[in-house]
Design a protein around this ligand. Structure first.
Ligand code: ADP
Ligand code: MG
Length: 436
C-alpha cells in the first residue's frame, strides 16, 4: 500500500516536497480502519495532518473503496531505540532561476543535505517557500556559525522565486539593513528606503544578533516588520541565538519574533557530515574514497564551513604534492588544522593521560611514592607539563601535590636527557603527546 501511496504522491507533489514529506515517512501499521505513519519531526506531523492526510484518505478510497483514518507519529514519540539515522538527499534535478543577484545560486534546497540537526529547519523552510505568509510567520532560525542558516534562507528565496517568478525577494544581512537605513537618513531618502523594504513579498534578514545596540535601526525594523506582516508577507530571520538572548533587543521585537516559528539548527552528526562531504566531492568531481571521507568527517566536527574547508585543503594538498587522495594524505593535509582546532592542553589533562597510559592513578602522580613504576611516569608528566603548557616550574610543582620547583626542574632535565638515548621512552612520550 505504501508503494501505491508513494506513487500517487509522486504524481501530485513537486519533487522537493515529495522528498521532504513522503520519502522521510514510513508506514508502521495498516489495518482496515487505520494507517499509522511515522514521520521525523513534529513539524512533519503537522504538515501531514493539515495537508496530506485528506489525500491519503482519498487515495485509499480510490484504491480499496474503503475509508481509513491516517494517524501520524514522530520518531521521538515512538520512543523506540532502533532509531536508525536517516539521511535524505535531494537529487540534483531542480533548476532554480534566481532573479535577484542577492541570492547565492549555490545555496539551494538541492545542495542542502538533510540530517537530524537540521531536519526540522529544512522542513519549515520548505513550507514557508511554498506557502509564504501563512503559518510560520516569521520563521526564525537560530544556531551556531556554519551550520547552514544562511544556506537555508537562500534556498527559501530560490524556491519561492521558482514558483512565483514575478515576486520580489530581498535578502539582506542585518548590517546591510542597518547601513541602508543610516544612509537613507544621511541622504534624506527615507521614503525610498521604506518603499524598498516594505514592498517586498519575501524578506530575508540574516544574523539579526547584530541589531543589538542599534536603537534606531530596531525602531525602523519594527515598522518594516509590521508593514510586511500586516500585508501577510513572509519574513525569515536568523540569529546565532534566540531573540530573548540577544542583548538590548527591544522587547516588542522579541515578542513579535515569537509569533511564528523558531527552529534551531544543531551541529551535524557523523553520518550527516559524511553525506555533506560526499555531496561536495561529487559536485566538484573529486575522486575520493569513502574511508577518506569518513576520516575527514571524523576529524572535523565543529561546523560545516570548516568541513568544506578541510575538503578544499585536502584537494589542494593532493594537487600540490601530485598524490592521489587517500586517508593518509588527508591526515597529512589536515594535521595543522586539527592541531589548531584542538582544545588547549592543561596540566590536568596531561596528568590524566599519563596516568592512563602507564596504568597508575593520578594520586600516584601527585604523591610521593618512590617506586620506579611511578617515579618515571611522574617525571614524564612534569616534563610534558613544562613542554606543552606555559606553566612555570613552581606552578607545575604545586599542581603535582605541592612539590618544590627544583623537583620539577630535575624531572625535566632528567627526561630531556633520557630521551636522547632511551628510544623506548621517547616513543612512549610521542604516543602520549599524540593522544593529548
Ligand atoms: P550559517 O549561516 O549558519 O553560519 P552557512 O549557511 O553559511 O552557515 O553554511 C556554511 C557552509 O556550509 C555553506 O557553504 C553551506 O553551503 C554549507 N552547508 C551548511 N549546511 C549544509 C547542509 N546541510 N548541506 C550542505 N551544505 C551545507
Ligand atoms: Mg550565516
Amino acid at each position: 500500500i505504501w508503494i501505491y501511496l508513494k506513487d500517487k504522491f509522486k504524481e501530485d507533489l513537486s519533487k522537493v516536497s515529495f522528498d521532504t514529506w513522503i520519502d522521510s515517512a514510513q508506514v508502521l501499521t495498516v489495518s482496515n480502519q487505520m494507517i499509522m505513519i511515522q514521520v521525523p519531526t513534529t513539524l512533519h506531523k503537522e504538515y501531514w495532518e493539515n495537508h496530506l492526510a485528506t489525500r491519503i484518505v482519498e487515495y485509499i478510497y480510490e484504491y480499496a473503496g474503503q475509508e481509513i483514518t491516517p494517524r501520524f507519529i514522530t520518531k521521538d514519540e515512538q520512543e523506540q531505540q532502533d532509531q536508525e539515522e536517516e539521511i535524505i538527499e535531494i537529487p540534483n534535478n531542480i533548476q532554480t532561476i534566481s532573479r535577484s543577484s542577492e541570492l547565492n545560486s549555490k545555496y539551494t534546497f538541492d545542495t542542502f543535505v538533510i540530517g537530524k540537526g537540521n531536519q526540522m529547519a529544512h522542513a519549515a523552510a520548505l513550507v514557508v517557500s511554498e506557502e509564504p505568509g501563512t503559518i510560520y510567520n516569521p520563521l526564525f532560525f537560530y544556531g551556531g556559525v556554519g551550520l547552514g542558516k544562511t544556506h537555508l534562507m537562500h534556498a527559501i528565496g530560490h524556491q519561492y522565486l521558482s514558483i512565483n517568478p514575478d515576486k520580489n525577494v530581498k535578502y539582506v544581512s542585518s548590517e546591510t539593513f542597518a547601513n541602508d537605513f543610516i544612509m537613507s537618513i544621511q541622504n534624506r531618502t527615507q521614503e525610498e528606503f521604506r518603499k524598498k523594504y516594505r514592498t517586498v513579498d519575501l524578506l530575508l534578514v540574516d544574523d539579526i544578533q547584530f541589531f543589538a545596540d542599534k536603537e534606531g535601526t530596531q525602531e525602523e525594523f519594527f515598522h518594516t516588520f509590521n508593514a510586511l506582516y500586516d500585508d501577510r508577507k513572509q519574513i525569515v530571520l536568523t540569529s546565532d541565538r534566540l531573540p530573548n538572548e540577544i542583548p538590548k533587543l527591544q522587547e516588542r521585537l522579541v515578542s513579535r519574533f515569537a509569533w511564528g516559528l523558531s527552529v534551531d539548527i544543531t551541529p551535524p552528526d557523523l553520518e550527516t557530515r559524511i553525506a555533506i562531504l560526499r555531496k561536495k566531492a561529487d559536485a566538484e568531481r573529486l575522486e575520493i574514497p569513502n574511508d577518506t571521507l569518513s576520516y575527514i568527517a571524523g576529524q572535523i566536527d565543529s561546523n560545516i564551513r570548516e568541513l568544506e574547508g578541510a575538503l578544499v585543503r585536502v584537494q589542494a594538498f593532493a594537487t600540490m604534492q601530485n598524490r592521489e587522495i587517500s586517508t593518509s594524505l588527508a591526515a597529512d593535509a589536515l594535521k595543522s588544522m586539527i592541531k589548531g582546532s584542538d582544545k588547549e592542553v592543561t596540566i590536568e589533562k596531561i596528568q590524566k593521560d599519563v596516568a592512563r597510559y602507564y596504568n597508575i592513578t593520578i594520586e600516584d602522580l601527585k604523591g610521593r611514592r618512590r617506586v620506579k613504576a611511578i617515579v618515571t611516569p611522574r617525571q614524564i608528566a612534569m616534563y610534558l607539563a613544562r613542554e606543552l603548557t606555559d606553566a612555570s616550574f613552581p606552578k607545575i610543582g604545586s599542581e603535582f601535590g605541592g612539590k618544590d620547583h627544583t623537583t620539577v626542574l630535575h624531572a625535566h632535565e632528567k627526561i630531556t636527557n633520557a630521551i636522547k638515548e632511551d628510544t623506548k621512552m621517547k616513543r612512549e612520550i610521542e604516543e602520549i603527546k599524540d593522544r593529548l
